[in-house]
Design a binder for this molecule. Sequence first.
Ligand SMILES: Cc1ncc(COP(=O)(O)O)c(C=O)c1O
Length: 375
Amino acid sequence: MRFRSRLLVDLNILTENYQKLKKICPNNEVLFMVKADAYGHGILPIVRHAVTELGIKEFGCATLGEAIHLRDELFDLEFEIYVFSDVQLGLQEKSEIYLNRRIIPILSNMDDLKFILDNSDFKNFPLSVKFNTGMNRLGIDYDRVDEVISLIKSKGRKSIYHLLTHFSSSSLSMKTNKRNIEQKARFKAIKEAFIEAGIELERTSIANSGAIEQGHGLEETHIRPGLMMYGPSSLIKPIREQSLWDGRVISSLETYVLKVFPVKKGQPVGYGATPVPYEGLCAIIALGYGDGFSTRYVGATLTHNGHLGKVVGRVNMDMAQVLFKNEAANNLKVDDRFIVWRNDPSDILRLSDETATIPYEIFLHLTNRVPKVYV
Ligand SMILES: Cc1ncc(COP(=O)(O)O)c(C=O)c1O
C-alpha cells in the first residue's frame, strides 16, 4: 500500500455535483450508477453519502456481486439496487438472492423476462425491462415490443416498474446525431405502445451523463448519471463547450517527487534507456502501472506548481519520469507533493484527450495499492 500516493475523495464535491445536477433536471429522480466500485471511487462511502446526505434512493450496479456487497455492507440504509448486465436469473442460487435481498435485475432478454413472469415466487416482484433501441448490446429488440406486451398481459401483469433504454452515442450531439435521434424516437414509440395497451409505466429512463449534459432525456421520470456525478464531462472534445455540466472531479490523485535531476537532450532515462526529447529537469514520481498510472500516459502533460511537464521514457511498475523545462528549478524539489489530477476537470480531461483514453478508464485503472482517503 502506498502512503504518499493516494486518491483523495472529497464527498463535499459529490454533494456539490448533485446540487448542480438538480439545477439541470429538477424534476427527475436519480438512479445513480455506481458500478465498478463507483467508477473507482469506492462504492460503500459513495453510496452511504448519496443515501444519507443527498437522499438518492436508487443505484445501478453491473454485477450481482457488486449489488450483494452493497446490500450486505449497507444493511442499515434503505435504497433500491438494480443489476444491469450480469443478471443470469436462470441460475437458481442467483434468483434467490434477488428475491431475498430485493435486488432488481434489469431484464434485457426474453429468457429473463419469461423467467420472472413464469416463476410464482416473483409474482409481485418489480418488472424492469430494457429495450435495445439501437445500442445493439443488451436489451430486447425494439421491434419485439408487441410480443413483450402480449406476454406481460397474458401473465396478468398491469405495470412495468422501470422501462429503460440506453444510448450508444450520447457523447456526441443529441440534437444532430442520427442514432441519438432514432433511439429517442424508438423509445417514445415503445412507451406509447405500452400505454395504449393499458400497461402502467411507473418509471422510465433513457439518459446517462452525455444526454443529461445536453439537456436530453429529461422527459422521463428518471435519469441515470454515472460519470458526471464523479465530475468530468463525457462529451467528446469538439462539443464539450456545449455541455451544461460544470461539475468538479470528486477525487484528486496525488503522489510525491522521489528524485529530481538535470538531463541533456537525448539523454537516456529509465527502462529502455529512452532518450529525453529536450534538456531540462527530470522528476521521478512515485506512481507506476502497479498503481494504475498507465504506460499509455507517456507524452501526457502534467503540471506542477504552475509548470508544464511531460511524461517521458517508459512508465515503470512503481515510478514514472516527468520532464520539466529548467525554469521549473525553483518550484520542483525532492519530496514535493505532486498532483496528477486536481478537482478541476481540466486535468483529467487533458490526460484523457492526450492519451486517447477516457476519464472512465483513467479512474478505473487505479489499483488497490493507491489508498482512497475520504474528506
Ligand atoms: C445502462 C446504463 N445507464 C447509465 C450508465 C451511466 O453512464 P455514464 O457514466 O456515461 O453516465 C451506464 C454506464 O455504463 C449504463 O450502462
